[in-house]
Write a protein that binds this ligand. Sequence first.
Ligand code: T1G
Length: 694
Amino acid sequence: MTNPQLVEQTREGSVLVLTINNPPVNAFSPGVPEGLKAGLEAAAADDTIEAVILIGGGRTFVAGADIKTFNLPRDQAPDLRGTVEKLDAFPKPTVAALHGTALGGGLELALACTYRVAVGGARLGLPEVKLGVLPGAGGTQRLPRVVGAPKGLEMMLSGSPIGAAEAKAIGLVDELVEGDLLAGALSFARRVAAARPLPRISEREVVGASPELFAQAREAINKTHRGQLSPSLIIDLAELAATRPFQEGWQAEAVKFMEARESPQSRGLRHIFFAERESARVPGLAKDTPATTIRRVGVIGAGTMGGGIAMNFLNVGIPVTIVETGQEALDRGLGLLRRNYESSAKKGRISAEDVDTRLGLLTPSLDLADLKDADLIIEAVFESMAVKKDIFTRLDAVAGPDAILATNTSTLDVNEIAAVTSRPQQVIGLHFFSPANVMKLVEIVRADKTSDSVLATSMAVAKQIGKVGVVVGVCDGFVGNRMVHRYGEEARQLVEEGAAPGDVDAAMNALGLPMGPFQMTDMAGLDIGHAIRVHRAQQRGEPEPDGWLDRVVKTGRKGQKTGGGIYDYDENRRPRPNADVQALIDAYRAEKGVTPRELTQDEITRRLTATLVNEGARILDEGIAARAGDIDVIYIYGYGFPAYRGGPMHYASEQGLQGVVDDLKRYGKAPAPLLERLAGEGKTFADWEKEPRS
Ligand code: T1G
């Protein structure tokens, strides 16, 4: 199938320009290889054509292979390797003209061209590792031949793009173009049209390689990419590029690419790639819903959360007025903010003038009335409904008529907060995760009366400050905290039955979570979790919780902040079991008449993941989350679930939902009705998402 409009041929004197038009990112979709093939054949057949330019139409060069085609059988996927081979063998100079992004297969196309020119804002990279695959169209063999083994490994293992200036400096780009890219590329092409022999990257040697380099790289990925497949394959291929002829590495790359592409890890990462973008589509919210521009932000509360939230806006140049109740708390908050920026500057993440610029946008205040000009006001005070209601009542009287009033509550009922104002349609929840200036996730809590415009503005603001905003409904704990509450309950139950806290954490570390439930609790503070459990018990008229962990809190061990909680910590904050805690657990089991038993890592992992998925299914059934992919995005970005597992819901679908139901029943838990139905029908959550909605 040739789709001529996907690749447009334009004659510019003795140069043929091939423009790839496949919006929005010129992915290498079906039709593109055919169009390029037709263009190259036309150029080869016409002696008056002396050179060929490849350029992207619209906002970018080719942003890579079309990820949507990864599930196609190999022979139906767009033939990127075949196109690269045609370019590499082409008898006339080819020039890749780069703007926007040349990523993955896009950069591989450019590397197969004779030359590369770019405008200053172009970015070049091989991000395949972020999708659990590897550069499969020559990148592992050509990049090291251009930039050397160390830089090639760094780019392929990090997946991070570099700018055009750096690319020029390391020889990845032959010329930087000022002004119009096509004009610059034409001028370059005419200059090199007669140059022979044509320089071919495939004929070059790799510099900077050594057995130590590859050994160090293998050592490093054990930390940076623990448990992942494609990084080690990339290192193997880079080593082949340095030690074997091009064709051998080229062939080996095709085999290893397919191995990676078929891996569950790549399926998980590709699921999240699309789920994250899908989560930006809010059911029932028209895509063109007007979002208002946020020019000034107010933050109430200068504690850890308030300060972190403020930083997000200061970082993108939006002025913030931050309000506290007393000068001491305000000064403490400002001091923390300054220290955070100065620490980033010391690490070279920002410049010294950034520190001053950002702090220069911050206005401290002790008076809510100073928020009258703010377009968005975010309350980030103590997690008490009474306190929040008081603040929103006072805010209602001082905030501008169109201001959005947001609460950062992590569990409380946003409808109840909205109800104390005269403008519930302008009230929303923006649940940031601590540390708020670092964690990418924001749960956008849509209250019953939140207007579409406020919702659309909140989604736009989340993107503007570099966050992943996921819309959730109002319930206790929304999505993430509601799931983690159940997960914590099950984790404590596992200990009650006989597992040591360290066993439970080790199981989840093995699954790929950087922190297991008890490591996480020790970091957050045991007293925080205890207070939430007490609050919930009071709300339900139940007796105060008195589980083994509640008893640990009462001994004064509150976690890392008191030097120890469930664990003791050495000078590197490595957790070690504490004998008194273990004795308390033993005594608790004896008091409950529990004879401790051995729990395998497999049982621990299955029970904890089943618990997460079961609560996730209930959340879907109640409409608190719109998609299982939204829950996966939340649990990856908010709670450290490994992206290469695709998130809890995708992971369970891959394992088979019937197994989850069986696990729940085996350990006495009631499967959520939706989970049981899907399992019974042999479906996955992705199938559920395709079901018509009533
Ligand atoms: N394939 C298919 N669709 C893609 C795509 C891709 N490579 N990249 C983006 N999209 C869609 C995306 O889903 C969204 O769709 C729309 O384009 C805009 O994307 C053989 C195997 C380029 C930096 O990993 O990093 O080449 O939601 O919202 O913020 O070696 O997209 O509108 O329906 O992200 O401006 C390697 C992935 C592939 C690049 C632009 N390439 N993309 O960011 O827009 S593997 C990548 C990005 C490969 C070869 C290997 C970003 C972007 P929708 P967006 P953006």
